[in-house]
Design a binder for this molecule. Structure first.
Ligand code: AKG
Length: 275
């Protein structure tokens, strides 16, 4: 079932993003965060470095978010009824910790073409300008791919520190979210986020991305799950959904998926970053 109104989908098409979208109530979001904190205690080493990627393949908490019908209803409004989950990434900014995301487009390095896909970002804590929310450059997706410079900055939370230069700061808009709210953004929209200058933690799970089944991977291999509808194309490596917490066989596949993701993201790169 498609969930967005015509006004909402029109806004997305014109601006390249949409937020906030209500997904979880405050109580539901609080419970998700409590469960997440327990996982962090139990598997602290696992969620670091490249382990921040694709945790939905080994942790049911993130599996249930990535496959949640309320989120999929939103995604269906944007990319149609046949939907694959092609990856997830945890973006965590600790209080007063330096760490930013430079201006970039998601489509540049992830090899997914055509661009019938969208990135969804679920707030697991409240997300504000003070604790490092994302900012979008509205309508920037309408120009398609733009050039980036790989900066590999120490504080940059992106793989290569890929950066679009000369973003007009007076046009950008902050995406503040209450925990449990979602934003979605287009593969070509230029976006980024600043440091956490507050005393509050900022945690979000990006499902990056939800792709239409016709979308191909042109730079390597992607490990996907069928989220909704049917896949008549079989372009990708199909992964089972997490059957428990860190099940050995699924953990092995998860490492394969993350190694494959690194190969895609660092395709033609001068050096490797830490994620
Ligand atoms: O979490 C952030 O600050 C940025 C995440 C991002 O760039 C994305 O989800 O595409």
């Amino acid at each position: 079932m498609a969930a967005l109104t015509t006004d909402q989908t029109t806004f997305y098409q014109q601006n390249g993003y949409l937020a906030p979208i209500e997904i979880f109530t405050e109580d539901e979001a609080r419970s998700l965060y409590v469960n997440f904190q327990q996982l962090e205690k139990d598997y602290s080493e696992v969620l670091q470095g490249y382990g921040r990627n694709n945790s939905h393949q080994v942790l049911p908490l993130f599996d249930q978010i990535a496959h949640h019908p309320r989120i999929l209803d939103v995604i269906e409004s944007l990319i149609g009824p046949n939907i694959l989950v092609a990856g997830t990434t945890l973006f965590i900014k600790e209080p007063e910790q330096r760490g930013f995301i430079s201006w970039h487009q998601d489509a540049l390095y992830n090899g997914l073409r055509p661009c019938n896909w969208t990135t969804a970002w679920l707030a697991l804590t409240d997300v504000t300008t003070e604790n490092g929310c994302m900012y979008m450059w509205p309508e920037s997706h309408l120009d398609g791919q733009t050039s980036h410079v790989d900066t590999y900055g120490d504080d940059n939370l992106l793989t290569r520190g890929q950066t679009v230069m000369n973003v007009p700061e007076d046009e950008i808009v902050p995406i503040e979210l209450r925990s449990g709210q979602l934003s979605v953004h287009h593969p070509w929209v230029v976006h980024g986020s600043g440091h956490n200058t507050s005393k509050k933690r900022r945690v979000g799970l990006a499902i990056q991305s939800y792709i239409g089944t016709e979308v191909e991977q042109i730079l390597g291999k992607t490990f996907v799950q069928l989220a909704r509808g049917r896949d008549d194309y079989n372009h990708h490596y199909l992964v089972q959904r997490a059957s428990g917490v860190m099940v050995d066989k699924e953990v092995a596949t998860w490492h394969d998926a993350n190694r494959a993701l690194r190969k895609v993201l660092y395709h033609d790169a001068e050096k490797l970053g830490k994620y």
